[in-house]
Write a protein that binds this ligand. Sequence first.
Ligand SMILES: CC(C)(COP(=O)(O)OP(=O)(O)OC[C@H]1O[C@@H](n2cnc3c(N)ncnc32)[C@H](O)[C@@H]1OP(=O)(O)O)[C@@H](O)C(=O)NCCC(=O)NCCS
Length: 196
Amino acid sequence: MDHMLTFAPLDVDEHRDFLFAAHRETSRLTFGTEFTDEQIEREIEKERGVSTGAFLDGKIVGICDLETREIGGAEAGWVHFFYLTPELRGRGFGAQLVRYAGEYCRKNGLDKLYLRVGAPNTDAYWFYERCGFVRAPELDRVGADSVKPRRPIVEEDGSHTSSSLLFSADQSVGPMSGMRTGDAGEYGFVKSINQE
Ligand SMILES: CC(C)(COP(=O)(O)OP(=O)(O)OC[C@H]1O[C@@H](n2cnc3c(N)ncnc32)[C@H](O)[C@@H]1OP(=O)(O)O)[C@@H](O)C(=O)NCCC(=O)NCCS
């Protein structure tokens, strides 16, 4: 780890180009198709006043969009959007976004941090697992057209994974209301937050 990120409220007008690039890439990773400019505009408007930017040496490099939601009858942290600029990936900065979200939960007395990952975004499954998340099937949004997640069973170094991620080979992917045709589906994940 060479540097620490700093976090500050995101000015969506100042960082419009960065947000556009972020949503363009992430929509492709998450849903398998890129959002149109109009859809991205809508996403950016939702971020106005609620999103946090991650900065390195004063330059925007990431987005951390968090809120508190009621999930399963209790208040919990919810990640709308995590994003790190491609040039900095694989150097521990993404883990700093997760740490920031953990601090948000601790400050707000929330024991759990939830999110959904688009079914095609298998890289993100690995990332979240490494950062302490496990599957939360109760939050899955899967339908008839969902992409069934397949995770590698061999680590990059060739050793077999001892993964705790629970995508079993026979996981049923049944129809669910509210899904559009062609929707790849999303899978729920949760991390327990140590309140100390
Ligand atoms: C997801 C994202 C934030 C991760 O950021 P990152 O800086 O690359 O992640 P880090 O370098 O901090 O990785 C943290 C851990 O995850 C692991 N990891 C990250 N990506 C991985 C991958 N594709 N395969 C295997 N492990 C991976 C790292 O090896 C590291 O593990 P370690 O602590 O055991 O060394 C970044 O890739 C990103 O912005 N992606 C595009 C947007 C996106 O998909 N967002 C998530 C939407 S739900």
